[in-house]
Design a protein around this ligand. Structure first.
Ligand code: FAD
Ligand code: SIN
Length: 532
């Protein structure tokens, strides 16, 4: 058995939220970052469109705040939105200071090339061509690796939070306290306690719960599931954002076709080559995502077509190759399609979880010494539907605030506790990988078919019945099996899928991303968060 790792700060996850926080607290104590894949693997790395912030003279904080509220369909918390928007530009200046080179206009002024996306009334998206996430992740990771107080543990999977229920000396406490996390080292298959004064959950989203998703494999909702098991408050899990345009490539991997293409003037057309979004919303292709995704879904169902098309052929080919090199190359290589000559086949796919672990405006969760930040968190900024490119911004802004809080705070309790080692006595089997795989596929199909873009009570109940069986099966296997990454991911994804269904069943209205055919209108009595 390996030793216990101790640090002032434990960070779980190495995307924009975890790394930004780590870099800020590292001057005040030792930081251990655990991350379940390699350091760069994260949703952050795949972000294309960019980061929203008020930057130009024509824009204003009021406009960005207003756009965020409109997209959020009445559920955004105004204090959180104000923090996000007002503090955004300062955090972006810091990123630029670290070395992120956002694209500039080819003019003498050298101003940033601000893009527009759905739901934004102004151009305000800073980007690095269509590879913004990779540029940001690369710089943050480099800075973290250079910091003497930061130690990065790759292929280390956080299994459970260590809470007062685990500590040996039966600490009497009125509080729910976090002391770190049990972490599986994938190389030697040992689970090691990582003890820390403060723990930051920055584990990202859970959109892999759906058959079609823009997210990489890591997005299995681990942080939300761990927090839920530890009794931490979670909110608004019913609001799953489906991105309107992921590449339609049956059998292939999901790949995002950025909203920035529509922001650039790309048009959506159906199989007959006709534009259709005007029939669904006057803002057409630039309506907020929930509306565009539902418009596409309705159009596909109405016309019995498997996809719609995003047309960029009316632009100069060199301009498109220069502005969207990643998307251009990917389509050419994987489906042999030149996007400057032919429209791109697209379908909606699960993209972002608006709900998550409830936090204060400083990232504090309902558990002492435990912070959460980034996609895993519910700060209140996104309401019932996130405004495009507000997510990277949320990671930056609230990581900064959480760091400020953690630096100033004294952890509870004020005395040493004794952390027990991971106890594997009593486990006797290994959950077969093919069973895990089957369960994964089953969950992702259930969620796609019954808990997708358009929902109904009947379908949600059907999903709930099926998920109950899987939930019980997985928990039973977990209790008798040696833990593996695959089993842990299945367990967490099961829990998150269950939370999404249960939350959806509690909201008998349609609002933002949650659309119920049997309750097609907004209702004032549901103008509140769904809290688990
Ligand atoms: P992530 O970047 O997902 O990082 C999570 C980290 O936690 C990873 O390192 C992961 O390995 C680790 N982890 C997870 N579970 C565990 C565990 N149990 N133990 C240890 N480590 C764990 N947003 C925008 O604002 N603008 C965009 O242009 C944009 N484009 C996008 C394009 C794509 C294809 C996708 C998928 C998302 C996009 N988003 C965009 C959303 C945005 O990228 C994410 O919401 C944001 O990057 C989340 O950052 P994060 O740090 O919270 O999580
Ligand atoms: C995109 O580039 O379309 C993704 C932007 C986002 O998710 O905010």
């Amino acid at each position: 058995m390996e030793k216990i790792y101790k640090s002032d700060f434990l960070v779980i996850g190495s995307g924009i939220a975890g790394l930004s926080y780590a870099l800020k607290v590292a001057d005040y104590g030792h930081v251990n970052i655990v991350t379940k894949s390699n350091g760069a693997e994260s949703n952050t790395r795949y972000a294309q469109g960019g980061i929203a912030a008020v930057w130009s003279g024509e824009d204003s904080y009021e406009k960005h705040i207003h756009d965020t509220h409109i997209a959020g369909a009445g559920l955004c918390h105004n204090d959180a939105v104000e923090v996000l928007v007002n503090e955004g530009p300062e955090r972006i200046k810091e990123l630029i200071g670290l070395g992120v080179e956002f694209d500039k206009l080819q003019t003498a002024t050298g101003d940033y090339d601000l893009a527009r996306e759905g739901g934004h009334t102004e151009k305000r998206i800073l980007h690095v061509r269509d590879l913004t996430g990779a540029a940001v992740e690369g710089i943050l990771l480099k800075k973290a690796s250079e910091h003497p107080n930061i130690q990065l543990f790759e292929k280390h999977y956080a299994v459970e939070l260590i809470t007062e229920h685990h500590v040996l000396n039966n600490l009497q406490s009125a509080f729910n306290i976090c002391f770190g996390a049990y972490v599986l080292n994938e190389k030697n298959e040992q689970v090691i306690p990582f003890e820390a004064k403060f723990t930051m959950l920055a584990t990202g989203g859970a959109s892999r719960a759906f058959l079609h998703s823009t997210n990489p494999d890591i997005a299995t909702g681990d942080g939300i599931a761990m927090a839920n098991r530890a009794g931490v408050r979670i909110a608004n899990m019913e609001f799953v954002q489906f991105h309107p345009t992921s590449l339609y490539d049956p059998g292939g991997e999901s790949f995002l076709i950025s909203e920035a293409l529509r922001g650039h003037g790309g048009t959506l057309i159906n199989g007959s080559g006709s534009r259709f979004m005007h029939e669904y919303d006057e803002r057409a292709e630039l309506a907020p995502r929930d509306i565009v995704a539902r418009g596409i879904d309705t159009e596909m169902k109405k016309r019995r077509e498997e996809c719609v098309f995003l047309d960029m052929t009316h632009f100069d080919a060199d301009e498109i190759k220069m502005r969207f090199p990643n998307i251009y190359q990917y389509c050419l290589k994987t489906i042999d399609l030149d996007i400057t000559k032919e429209p791109i086949p697209v379908v909606p796919a699960a993209h972002y979880i608006c709900g998550g672990i409830m936090t204060s405006l400083s990232g504090q969760t309902s558990m002492q010494n435990l912070f959460a930040c980034g996609e895993v968190a519910h700060t209140g900024v996104h309401g019932a539907n996130r405004l495009a490119s507000n997510s990277l911004l949320e990671g930056l802004v609230f990581a900064h605030r959480a760091a400020e809080k953690a630096i100033r705070k004294q952890p509870r309790p004020f005395r040493e506790v004794s952390i027990p080692l991971w106890d594997e006595s009593g486990v006797y089997s290994q959950y077969e990988w093919y069973l895990i795989k089957h369960n994964f596929i089953e969950i992702r199909n259930i969620m796609w078919n019954y808990v997708g873009i358009v929902r109904s009570k009947e379908q949600l109940h059907r999903a709930s019945r099926r998920m109950t069986v899987i939930y019980e099966e997985v928990e039973s296997y977990y209790s008798k099996s040696k833990v593996t990454k695959e089993l842990l991911e299945l367990r967490n994804l099961t829990a998150v899928a269950y939370m999404i269904i249960k939350s959806a069943l509690r909201r008998n209205e349609s609002r933002g991303l949650h659309y119920m055919i049997d309750h097609p209108k907004k209702k004032d009595q549901f103008l509140k968060d769904t809290i688990i």
